[in-house]
Ligand binder design. Structure first.
Ligand code: ADP
Ligand code: MG
Length: 338
């Protein structure tokens, strides 16, 4: 009898111990609504520092602000430019993943993004001539990195839209940890990064949106100390005069929105920067390309949703994923089945 009483008390005691101070921040930066939530004695101060860092990274990476590293690189007329360590880190990853994916990730696509109007409020289908001229200016292999300097041939332009938020989530989680936060969830517009578990000790639950019905979720992931980053064709797109949808993730091979069988790619891993770079790159590589890349390179988990409404997830997620929709799902193993 007494043992049963003690058992009843135990959850109450545990929840009593775990009642930690919660702090939250809403920030609009990098064209994205961001929501940060952290627990513990230092949570509020830590979030304040993290918010300042987000705003300074926004200023550093912005393609339109004349004070940014990006602007300096894009307007140097081919001369070398000294940049911050943050920018150098992005460029190194951009070059590495660009090389490994044979240009599926290409940070020099900015002239083509401009031709489509994805850099402004009005979009249009570019003429073949405009597109061809813009594509002439695209090739990430032309970026030279030396020490803390970057050199880009005159006329070429880069942008960090594909990786900036992933890197930012690494910086934010780093700052929170340094400030003693052991439980937090950082949501940078669908790019989610968790620290530890929830204050009650259970895992954070992060939903993956259904690209066909974005208010619903195809699955829920239970994560701790992990980044979950999605790229999809349903987030930023416009409908052209021809009635077709055109989205903001482009294929440098032809300058058109990447259309290789996928509607979303979610990358799950430790480092936000790598996950973000891969989410964009694997979206461009397409269904088969993404599966091959995962099998060859590994080091991350992923969830693919295809245009014919199938879901694939890598075997490492088996204990983490709970399917919530009706979409047929298949597990990807390291050995190719066929
Ligand atoms: P989001 O920023 O919507 O979360 P992504 O991480 O996939 O999505 O980044 C998309 C952004 O990356 C685009 O808005 C554009 O700035 C840039 N971009 C588009 N296509 C490519 C590409 N193939 N390689 C590198 N950057 C790209
Ligand atoms: Mg990305």
């Amino acid at each position: 009898m007494r043992a049963a009483y003690a058992l009843l008390l135990l959850p109450l005691l545990l929840s009593g111990c775990s009642r930690e101070e919660e702090a939250v921040r809403d920030i609009f930066a990098m064209d994205t609504y961001m929501y940060l939530k952290a627990y513990g004695d230092h949570a509020d101060t830590a979030l304040g520092t993290a918010a300042e860092r987000i705003l300074s990274l926004e200023e550093l990476f912005s393609v339109t602000s004349e004070n940014s590293d990006t602007w300096a690189i894009n307007h140097a007329g081919g001369e070398p430019v000294q940049v911050s360590q943050d920018t150098m880190t992005l460029l190194q990853t951009a070059k590495e993943i660009g090389t490994k994916t044979d240009g599926a990730l290409d940070v020099t696509l900015y002239p083509v993004l401009s031709a489509w109007g994805f850099t402004t409020d009005t979009q249009q289908i570019p003429t073949p001539e405009t597109l061809a001229a813009a594509l002439e200016l695209v090739d990430f292999r032309e970026i030279t990195l030396e020490g803390d300097c970057v050199q880009l041939p005159d006329g070429m332009q880069l942008d960090f839209g594909a990786l900036a938020k992933g890197y930012t989530s690494d910086c934010v989680t780093g700052i929170l940890r340094e400030n003693g936060v052991e439980s937090a969830l950082v949501n940078l517009g669908g790019n989610v990064h968790a620290i530890g578990s929830k204050p009650d000790g259970t895992a954070w639950r992060v939903g993956v949106q259904d690209p066909f019905s974005p208010s619903e979720q195809v699955c829920i992931l239970e994560i701790e100390d992990t980044a979950v980053i999605t790229s999809g064709n349903y987030e930023r797109y416009f409908t052209g005069e021809d009635g077709q949808n055109y989205w903001h993730i482009l294929d440098a091979k032809d300058g058109f929105p990447a259309d290789n069988g996928l509607v979303s790619v979610t990358i799950v891993g430790e480092e936000g920067l790598l996950c973000d770079a891969l989410s964009t790159a694997l979206f461009v590589l397409g269904t088969e390309g993404a599966m091959d890349y995962w099998r060859t390179e590994g080091g991350f988990e992923m969830i693919l949703v295809t245009e014919d409404a199938k879901l694939y997830y890598t075997e490492g997620l088996a204990d983490t994923i709970r399917l919530t929709g009706t979409m047929p799902a298949e597990v990807l193993t390291h050995d190719k089945a066929d």
